[in-house]
Design a protein around this ligand. Structure first.
Ligand code: PLP
Length: 377
């Protein structure tokens, strides 16, 4: 049996998304910047997609900038905010995705700005009173707060509206990396009063290499990729028209069936957590999986055994794809910065199981049985 439980890394594409992209690949090869009929058709497809995507988050079409995905969208905000918005102070956290934390560190080094890290509690939630304290202490500075909506490793959710209100109180800009949550939760940027949010299509059954940045219409950023007037001078380069069509279709499907997908996936996550506890009672969960947690992610801290480092590979041999959260199991030379930020012992293996609408209870039962056998239970 093949079981794919690594959906926070990427999701399989929806057949309907592929079907929507193929005719565009075959027929709409005109460059959207060309003035002839084929070019104009491509331009019309992109602008229709922009309008549709904007509608799903209650934004104006002019607030949506298509990108190559989440990493680029995060970079656009963090790298442009100093010059264009006069930002000289960035607040973020140690458990952000590398697209944010590495970029913020780079901006700190090269643009001579102050970088502050907000505390997290032992469950992985952002300490909002510390956030206020940092904003209060740096009132003389222009601050950008960049905090992710859902952590991609442990799943903790940030109360976006509350954070946006705190940012407004201190006239700070608010960016959220919403890569793990767009397509899984409804968004209303007007109600949230958020300045920037990022999206990546491959996290909700769309194609890889495509996403968008939402920029509140009151704000203007200069491009970090120059060399053309595409995306209203915000992002040079011939548009990925197939990707944009795929992203839009994936959003359409996600929004149509969001509630039923959420119910199904939440059920699988809860079931897996309960069954794991029955098999290995000393198992622990990283983050707060049954609290304010992304319903697609379950991060499991396994008890020590003689196959610690081999657990992820043993699952792989049995056809089960998951991600590791520790040095050895993920194949990376350094441990997870998220788990170390939480003070979790990475000598014992932590694995991230992440689910999608395509997973079934039978797949979870199979995975539990494999784990049972691996641990000799
Ligand atoms: N931000 C988060 C929270 C992610 O999980 C990811 C993907 O792993 C990214 C950003 C990067 O997105 P992309 O793969 O589209 O560059």
């Amino acid at each position: 049996m093949k079981v794919y439980l690594d959906n926070a890394a990427t999701t399989p594409m929806d057949e309907e998304v592929i079907a929507a992209m193929i005719p565009v690949m075959k027929e709409n090869y005109g460059n959207p910047s060309s003035v002839h009929a084929l070019g104009r058709q491509s331009r019309a497809i992109i602008e229709k997609a922009r309008k549709q995507v904007a509608g799903y988050i209650n934004a104006a079409p002019s607030e949506i900038f298509f990108t190559s995905g989440g990493t680029e969208a995060d970079n656009m905000v963090l790298r442009s905010c100093t010059e264009d918005l006069g930002v000289n102070h960035i607040i973020t956290s140690t458990i952000e995705h590398h697209a944010v934390i590495d970029t913020a560190q780079c901006v700190e080094k090269h643009n001579n700005i102050k970088l502050s890290l907000v505390n997290i509690d032992d469950k992985g939630y952002i300490d909002l009173s510390h956030l206020e304290q940092l904003l209060e202490e740096n009132k003389d500075k222009k601050t950008l707060v960049s905090l992710m909506h859902a952590n991609n490793e442990i799943g903790n959710l940030l109360p976006l509206k509350k954070v946006a209100e705190i940012c407004k109180k201190y006239q700070a800009y608010f960016h959220s990396d919403t890569v793990q949550t767009v397509g899984h939760y409804p968004f209303d940027v007007r109600e949230l009063k958020i300045d920037f949010m990022t999206c990546s299509a491959h996290k909700f059954h769309g194609p890889k290499g495509t996403g968008f940045l939402f920029v509140n219409s009151d704000l203007q950023l200069k491009p970090i990729i120059t060399g053309g007037a595409q995306e209203r001078n915000m992002r040079a380069g011939t548009e990925n028209i197939y990707g944009i069509v795929g992203l839009t279709k994936a959003m359409e499907i996600a929004h149509k069936d969001m509630e039923s997908h959420e119910k199904h996936i939440k059920g699988l996550k809860r079931y897996m957590a309960e069954e794991l506890k029955k098999v290995l009672p000393t198992i622990e969960f990283n983050g707060d999986p049954l609290g304010d947690s992304l319903y697609t992610v379950l991060n499991v801290h396994f008890p020590h055994s003689d196959m610690d480092e081999m657990l992820i590979y043993n699952l792989d041999i049995e056809g089960i794809c998951v991600s590791g959260g520790s040095a050895c199991s993920s194949g990376s030379s350094v441990g997870s910065h998220v788990l170390s930020g939480l003070g979790i012992n990475q000598e014992q293996p932590s694995l991230r199981f992440s689910f999608s609408k395509y997973n079934t209870k039978e797949e979870i039962d199979y995975t539990i049985n494999v784990i049972k056998e691996l641990f000799g239970k």
